[in-house]
Each structure stands twice: as C-alpha cells, then as structure tokens.
Design a protein around this ligand. Sequence first.
Ligand code: ADP
Ligand code: MG
Length: 342
Amino acid sequence: MLTLTSITKSYESKPLLKGISFSVAPGEVVCLLGASGSGKSTILRIIAGLEEAESGEVAWEGVSLMGQPTHQRRFGLMFQDYALFPHLSVFENVAFGLKMQKNQPQRTPSALRKKGFLGVLRGLGGLKDSDSRVRECLEMVHLTGFEHRRVTELSGGEQQRVALARALAPNPRLLMLDEPLGALDRALKESLLDELRRILRGAGIPAIYVTHDQQEAFTLADRIILLRDGQITQAGTPAEVFANPADGWVASFLGLGNVIRPGEGSGALNAEGLDIYKTILLRPQAELVADGGTVQGVVADVVFAGEVFRVELQNGWYFYVSESPRVGESVQLRVLRVEYLP
Ligand code: ADP
Ligand code: MG
C-alpha cells in the first residue's frame, strides 16, 4: 500500500536519511525503531507531506504522493504530546478531527457564507453520521460514557486514548503514531501497550508506530524496521529479529543478551571451546554451576522476575537463572545458548 523508495534527507548539509526504502502492507503494524535523533519523526513527516525529501519517492498503491498536500493524503497522525484542546469535551475533541476532514472539500468562503459552518457539515453527510462515528471511535478506545468530560479531567492514559480516537475518527487509510506512549510512566505504558495492540488490530488500519523503546516494538509490531545512522540495518518480524540479530549493534540495542566483541570479556569468559576472535552473543538463559561454567563473576544485583531471577554481574552482563545467588557472591554460570554474530 505505502511504499518508500530511497528517501534521503539532510539538515544543514548533514545527511540524516541516507536512502530509506520500505513498504507497509494492508492491515500491517510496522514499528520504526531507532535511537533518539535517528530520523524517525522526519520519516513520518515526509510520509505525511509535512516535509520534503531531497530525493526518493513516497507512493500509495503505486501512485506517487510527491507534491500532494497533507490533507489530501488521508493519513492519521498521533504525536507524543496529544495536543488535545483543553477547553473542549472528549466528544468535541474527537469530533474535531472528523469535522476538519469532512469540511475540507467545501471549505470555501462562499459555501461557508451560504450555509454556515454547521450547514456545510450537514450537507456532507450530516451531523448525525459524525455523531455516531465519534461514539464508535470512543467505544473502540473504551471511553464510552466519557463524552462530556473535559480532557483536563482525564488521566494521561485516558487522554492518550482520546487522541487515538481523534486520529481514528476520519477513518484514515494509514495511521502514524510518533512515540505516543513516550510521556507515560512504565506501568501505565505496559497496560496501554496491550490495549493499543488490540485497537490497532481491531481497526484493521495499517499503522506505522515510531519508538525508541524495543519492548514497545516487540509487543506491537507485525514487522520491526531498525534504523541506524540514516539507514535500515534490519527488518523482519519480532521473532525473526530476535532469533537472528544482524550484528552486535542490533543485539545490544535490542537487549537480546550480552554482546562480547573480539578481545573483550577476558577474565569473565571461560574461553575454552569458544571462538573469541568473533563477536559472541551470550543469550541470558543460564544456570548456576559449581565449576566449569561459561562465565564467572561477582553478583552485583539480583531481581526477582517471576519465574526466574535476573542476575547482573559486576561487569554488566546479565543472566536469567532459576535459583537466586547472593549479591557479592562469586559465581559460575553455564550459558545455555552461545551464538556468533557477523
Ligand atoms: P527522531 O524522531 O528519531 O528522534 P528526528 O527525525 O526528530 O529524530 O530528527 C533527527 C535529527 O535531525 C535531529 O537530531 C535534528 O538534529 C535534525 N533535525 C530534525 N528536524 C530538523 C529541522 N527542521 N531543522 C534542522 N535539523 C533538524
Ligand atoms: Mg522523534
């Protein structure tokens, strides 16, 4: 549906995007994952038509969108600061997105003069239809009954859901979410992530979700696109990326385990049977052993993580084990999965 081909962009002659190509399939949720400053928001602005690429093309179903104004693209946008109108109710906030869109084709001074603002709306399918669409969207985000509340009376999570309903209301053909959970605390984030996943799947609208948080990407994405230094380093389903990180940087960035580059880790690593001239990925599943472990070290921290204990060693490496060692104890660990990375 949406296709980006070799998009480039520089700011002050510093290249930010160096040839970005990817596409989004019908109903697909794509997560664009990259560190802060890697150009994620810029990509969204180029897709939305709020910013121009230097070269390359954005197309929808094979038709180039270059030069088409933002409001004609029918893409929904939701940003981190939801920019809700504090003086309007929940209902009015959601209706706003719909009104702007519905009103667009006839927003000429003469149409407005003749029929007035409400008249123009009625002529375009009527307020009744808009009303039911607003209610439908509020139901989608579980805010039925909140219609008349002021948005200032809502929690952060509820405000975030109002913003999502507003973005969904005009039935966009693509939804773009730019770090929408960024401002929320961890616990709220986790509960909203599940809900967001359900809503995006339920709406069936293809979405691009931008984040720097790998956990969010793994939870939400049908496909993850990893951005680094202006290029896509890896793309694939969360399971594919998890199983086959492209290189040490990807494995470190995604927190898939302990990445040990050639010449590092001596002392902590029992090199016997290992090729220490390659980049090694120690997956965190391990067991405590009396001797002959893959790794030895002093326990810096132990966190109970449900089924397992997360053990961090003084050198920063971490492992999941079934029995808890003591902080300060010298331990040996047998690592269950050792892999080599390109
Ligand atoms: P991300 O969303 O991944 O954090 P951005 O796309 O917002 O990254 O921006 C990446 C970098 O591009 C920023 O660090 C900034 O230096 C530069 N940049 C973005 N927009 C502009 C602009 N309008 N003018 C100049 N530099 C910009
Ligand atoms: Mg950004």
